[in-house]
Design a protein around this ligand. Structure first.
Ligand SMILES: [Zn+2]
Length: 283
């Protein structure tokens, strides 16, 4: 079917993925501050030195410069090469499992956008519209293209994509509203709603529902195992420091960046959602 040698296709996918990952870094860093991702060109945030092409090669430049700016010696976050590497490996794996196909391209883009969502949500507690609106448009348009190409693997049909977008957004809005009623504070942002519109368009309504449940489950485990203990330790520490103060410091429930859990849940559901559903509803 394909005349491209598999190994060459995989190397090509890895290199394209590394460049996409490099651009994803720009989106992760700039979109939360509502800055353009197209201009200006990348510079050192410390000394403003505009990066030359050889300082901008994914992964390689960071390693060659040992994680420091060439001009001012400022440390460059390890996030940059890691994101580039993860996206490059994601694109390689997509081509490995789905061949050099349109489906592989869609899976790779889906995973890339979800990584961007998780990164900005964990760093800034927000999900830029750039990711979710692009993802929603991409999912809808490619569902139509795939339909006419006869590639019906993995993703939702055009009809399911439309229904899924509405269902995903609606479900997460209800979950957020319930959370607000129970905790009496804003539990979920609009970013989670647009995220689930995008995920629903890619996966269809049934798997959008699975994603919300799976994301909540992953979130609950992480919340109980990591976030609350850390908050309690901090509270104990604060109490020691204010032993003369009246009363104990108030225990603030930490805000949960739900997108951090929805993003991996969506990716897991893309591959194993149907199997999970079959197992849950087995006779
Ligand atoms: Zn610098």
């Amino acid at each position: 079917m394909n005349s491209v040698p598999p190994l060459l296709a995989q190397i090509y996918a890895f290199l394209v993925g590394a460049c996409i990952g490099s651009f994803l870094n720009v989106c992760i860093v700039r979109w939360p501050h509502e800055r353009s991702v197209l201009r200006p060109r990348s510079r050192c945030p410390q000394c403003g030195n505009q990066l030359a092409w050889f300082e901008n090669v994914p992964v390689v430049s960071w390693l060659a410069l040992r994680g420091r700016c060439r001009c001012c010696d400022e440390q460059i976050s390890v996030m940059y090469p890691l994101v580039e590497l993860v996206v490059a490996l994601g694109w390689l794996l997509s081509v490995r499992y789905f061949g050099p196909s349109f489906t592989a391209f869609r899976v790779a883009v889906f995973g890339t956008v979800l990584l961007g969502v998780a990164m900005t949500d964990v760093r800034h507690y927000l999900i830029p519209d750039g990711f979710t609106l692009f993802g929603l448009g991409f999912a809808l348009v490619t569902s139509v293209i795939a339909f006419f190409r006869g590639e019906t693997l993995v993703f939702a049909t055009p009809y399911d994509a439309l229904v899924g977008a509405c269902a995903g957004a609606g479900m997460i809005a209800i979950v957020g509203w319930l959370g607000e009623v129970m905790t009496k504070r804003e539990a979920m942002g609009l970013g989670d709603v647009t995220l689930m519109a995008f995920v629903g368009a890619a996966l269809g309504p049934t798997r959008a529902l699975i994603t919300v449940f799976l994301g909540a489950a992953i979130g609950a485990v992480a919340f109980a195992g990591v976030v609350i203990p850390i908050a309690l330790i901090r509270r104990g520490h604060a109490r020691e420091q204010t032993e003369l103060a009246l009363g104990s410091p108030p225990f603030e429930t930490p805000l949960v960046p739900f997108g951090v859990f929805l993003a991996p849940a969506a990716l897991l559901t893309l591959f194993w959602g149907d199997a999970l559903l079959a197992w849950l509803t087995r006779a």
